[in-house]
Structure formats: C-alpha cells, structure tokens
Design a protein around this ligand. Sequence first.
Ligand SMILES: CC(=O)N[C@H]1[C@@H](OP(=O)(O)OP(=O)(O)OC[C@H]2O[C@@H](n3ccc(=O)[nH]c3=O)[C@H](O)[C@@H]2O)O[C@H](CO)[C@@H](O)[C@@H]1O
Ligand SMILES: C=C(OP(=O)(O)O)C(=O)O
Length: 424
Amino acid sequence: MDRFRIEGRQLLNGTIPVSGSKNAALPILFSTLLGGGLTIGNIPCLRDITTAIKLLSQLGIQAGHDSSRAAWASNISFSERDLTPTEAPYDLVRVMRASILCLGPLLARRKKARVSLPGGCLIGARPVDLHLHALQKMGARISIDHGYIDASTDGLVGCDIHLSYPTVTGTENILMAAVLASGTSRISNAAQEPEIADLAHCLVARGAKITGIGSSVLEITGVDELGDARYDVMFDRIEAGTFLVAGALMGDPLSISGVLPDQMSSIIATLEEMGAEIEITGNRITLSRVLFPRGSTVMTDPYPGFPTDMQAQILPLMAISTGPSTLIETVFESRFTHVMEMNRMGANIEVRGSHAFVRGECSLEGACVMASDLRASAGLVLAGLVAHGETTVQRVYHIDRGYERIEEKLSGVGGKIWRESEEV
Ligand SMILES: CC(=O)N[C@H]1[C@@H](OP(=O)(O)OP(=O)(O)OC[C@H]2O[C@@H](n3ccc(=O)[nH]c3=O)[C@H](O)[C@@H]2O)O[C@H](CO)[C@@H](O)[C@@H]1O
Ligand SMILES: C=C(OP(=O)(O)O)C(=O)O
C-alpha cells in the first residue's frame, strides 16, 4: 500500500495537462461488448481502467496490447475473441462498481449475463434497481441469485423508459442495450452528464442511431450490428476541477489545458463566487490563489449542477474562507467520510444529514490522515497542499482508481508531494 507525503504551502506555477476521463472511458470500454472493432484513444492510465480491461478479457474481448502499467498505451484496440462468456465475477465488480456497465451490452449482444451485484459502498447504498427495471421493460428476464444478477432474453425490444432519477450508469446501460434492441427506445429524464454524450458519440461513430445526445431525452433506433471505428475519450472534468481548486488554494498562477470550459461551468461559477479570477483561453483555464476566499453555499446535483464528485475537493477552500459555507449533498446519502479527517487537520466542519456546515477562517495544519474513497482522497491531498507543515495521506490506492499520476502532475508545477510505500 502506498501513501503520499505532502509538504504544504508550496506555490503552484505552470500548466497541468488534463487526462482522459475515467467516467467516459469506462462505459466506452464496456461498449466493446456490443461487437465491432474499436480503437480507443486518450485512455487514462488508472486502476479502474486496468480492472475494466481485465474484466473485458474474461468476457472474451481482446485488448491489442499488454495493459499492465509498464506497457501502458493511451490508444488501445479492442476486438471480440469469444462470445460465450457472460459472467462478471464478484472479485472484479467488488473493486469497481462501474462493472455493472457490462450488463446492458452483454444482454443485447449475447442475450445472457450474470453480473455480481455491486452492493453499497462508503458513499451510499447505490442500488441498481433503475437499470434492472428498464432492462426488464425491454424484455429481459432478471432474477437475483446468491448475490448475482442473472439476466437473459430472447431478444431485447425497444420501448419508452422514464427514469425516476437521472442515473448516470443506468442511462449508459440502457443506451447500450437499446443500440442493438429491435425497434425504437426513448429514454426520458436521462442523465445529461457529458460522459454520456461521449459514449453516445462513440456508438454513433460505429453505426448506432441515436438522437437527442446531450439532452434529457434520448431516442435510439436499434441496428443489427455495430461496425469498426476509432474514438478519443473526452477530458476528465473532475480531474480538471480538482486542479482548479488546487489553483484557487496555491496557484501562482496555475493553468489546466485540454479541457472544454463550457462543460465545467458549475465548477467555474462556484470558484468565481468564492473570489477566484478565472481566465479562459480556448481549451485552457488559468487562475491564481485566492487570498481571501469568500464562503459560499454549494449544492451537488446531476449535470449541469455542481458535481458530487467535486464536493470533497471544494471543502478545503471553504475551510479557509473568510466566512461560513454550507455544502449540501443531494446525490449520495453518506458522502462525508473525509470531513472527520479534514477536521483533524484543523477544519471546523459539522455534518448534519445531507448538510456540511463549514465554519471557515481555519488555518489548516499538516497531519496523518486516511483516505476512504476516491474523491475523499483528492480532497485530503488538496487540504495537504494548503496546510502548514507535513501531511501524510494513507491508502492512496483509492486515488489511483481515478487520478493519473496525480503526484507527478502536482510536482511538475512546484508541489512537494511524494509517493512512499506504506508499512503494513
Ligand atoms: C462510473 C461513473 O460514471 N460513476 C459516476 C456515476 O455513478 P452512478 O452511475 O453509480 O451514479 P447514479 O447517477 O446512478 O446515482 C445517483 C443516485 O441515484 C441512486 N440510484 C441510482 C441507480 C439506481 O438504479 N437506483 C438509485 O437509487 C444512487 O443510489 C444515487 O443516490 O454518477 C455519479 C453521480 O454523478 C458519480 O458520482 C460517479 O462518479
Ligand atoms: C464515485 C466515483 O466513481 P464510481 O462510480 O466508479 O464509484 C467517482 O468517480 O467519484
């Protein structure tokens, strides 16, 4: 197990290139189960991506290279080798919930799937009932057996699906299933996250018929098969937002490059409200540290709202602000595990239900803290960057799920952050 050691209060100056998006790359990777050959570019080197490629290989999808870290390439070609396997086992689903994304494609292409139930996690219960109801409506027979979703069909049939909540992976699973279903499907109240549009554009490039991309109503007319294509994954909005907060904390100035600023408006607006002066030039965003950040009220929401995947990262800025802030988490019921650790660094945050009340005016101090999930880890790294003295963030395997070489990217702009092996 690795940990990060961070020497705080170093000014960050320069440009950080933003990597390909984890949450766009994963559904695109699982879409290879729909058939056809696909070369994917701009794939980030992340633990979740290697897990996905391992699962795909067990499901008969061949990656055109050795996907180990040492031999990593950001362009990888995928092709179908064997259409018989249909099981996503617990040991892989357990380490990555997004494995549920193989359910829709497997059912559509192979008419059968056995996928371990992902179960709850530290950020909330995270059921998949909306995925299952929609697939049942399309003609899947589904039962739960010893912790596994057992699904089969004689052929999926397009239909109207209204989602009672705009679930992200739910929308992606249904979209992928509908692409090979017979007839037309209409998904209303679909999630509108840009990563879903990225998946849809990739499917269209392979011959899928989808309209309404980027909106809350998707219409899909099924096709018999998908063709070959090459597709580059979009930038990671959450990685980009994380570095923007680093800029607001310690930028001198700090830029991020390779982004579409329009897709980051809620994060940019929040930072501006807190006092950041943000300059946007093409696909680059620049800001400097905010000497006296203002407190704010931020509520997480589905896109285009403020992303829940950014709430742990905005907290250190709130903690040092000149006035109080309130952070309201509406997407997941228990996504505040980082608060206790931030309080150990001197923050003054009180959680009551879905609300975190941040007193502000704190001077954060380095401490030994423990990461409990992916974004919690990122929030603790940011707290370490602005804290006085040394911070140690333990269990950084969480951050390796979703941030590509974060310590190298931060060191490259002047941060003092080192990866060390943790003694167990
Ligand atoms: C791999 C990926 O893209 N992960 C993202 C995806 O997760 P994920 O797709 O799991 O998140 P959802 O949008 O599905 O979940 C949002 C809310 O809906 C609830 N829900 C969801 C499905 C369902 O069948 N029933 C149900 O009740 C969940 O418990 C949660 O409270 O979107 C989240 C919300 O933006 C992000 O935090 C995750 O980073
Ligand atoms: C919660 C996240 O990922 P996942 O849905 O894969 O757990 C995340 O990216 O912050």
